[in-house]
Design a protein around this ligand. Sequence first.
Ligand code: PHE
Length: 350
Amino acid sequence: MQNIEQLKSAALQAVENSTDIKSLDEVRVQFLGKNGEITSILKTLGKLAPEDRKTVAQSTNEAKNEVTDAIEAKKQAFELAQLEEKLATEKLDLTLPETPYKLGKRHPISACIEELETIFARLGFSVAAANEIENEHFNFTALNIPAEHPARQDHDTFYFNDFEEFNGEQQRKLLRTQTSNTQIHAMQAKGAPLRIIAPGRVYRCDSDLTHTPQFHQIEGLALDKDLTFSHLKGVLQVFLSQFFERDVKLRFRPSYFPFTEPGTEVDIECVFCEGKGCRVCKQTGFIEVLGAGMVHENVLKAGGINPEEYQGFAFGLGVERLTMLKYGINDLRMFFDSQNEFMQHFGKNL
Ligand code: PHE
């Protein structure tokens, strides 16, 4: 018993005598460490006679707690002293210039989508959106691409194993392959007349130098009582010229989209060689930028619109492609790496 009391006083004295955090820690190891002097007594309790065990255990634990508390108090005192010394000696130079704060930038894809929204807002188009998880009806059937139509195979579609009931049939769920699904949703929700654009993500099971499994499109749709192909040409001419900040020359090539009649692919005069022919335009002088056409009557019907009363045009464009052409970016993957140098150069100031 005497032994434990003596040990405790020795320990408390050692704590008192310690001069800094390091020597204090040495004291802790000496008495309370794994093989410390107090710890060792606790380890031998089992060997004591049962009648002694309780009292020895109690006094040893008390000693242990007291020494632990003393160490903790001493440690705090050292830390406080350190802090006070630092405050007393440290000088703060308020005349130093601040460290420049590095701001991020808006991703060029987001910036281009915003810019296109602004251009189309001036032409009277509002922004619509629809789900990226869609079913076959909205991505294909309602767009005049029935189940057995070969055009379904043109899109390398990501299908889910889930189905959902729609129009009394089981419709397989999928990731939309085109923003054209918004045409149907917008017609059903708002009816005609209608003028919308719908930017968003689309997905195709395709990945190489010029394709990524996820990319962005902007869909456009205008319906009214007497819209013609000339209106489509006018809108595309204005928007592409504003976007590329020059008077771009357009070329319309007849093309097939099941949801348009007639359908067209639209090229702009090559922005790199101004039509003279270069590597980018493969010596043709033109670059394809979007698909468009007059809305097929089956699509109007699927959207709940009477084709005898209303007609209109639709178009769809790839945002990555348009952005690459505008800024002369030649590697699609740079958009997804988001390297700081790339973002600082092509991103838009916040
Ligand atoms: N959805 C078509 C595509 O992804 C583009 C398009 C939209 C074409 C609207 C015509 C009209 O290729």
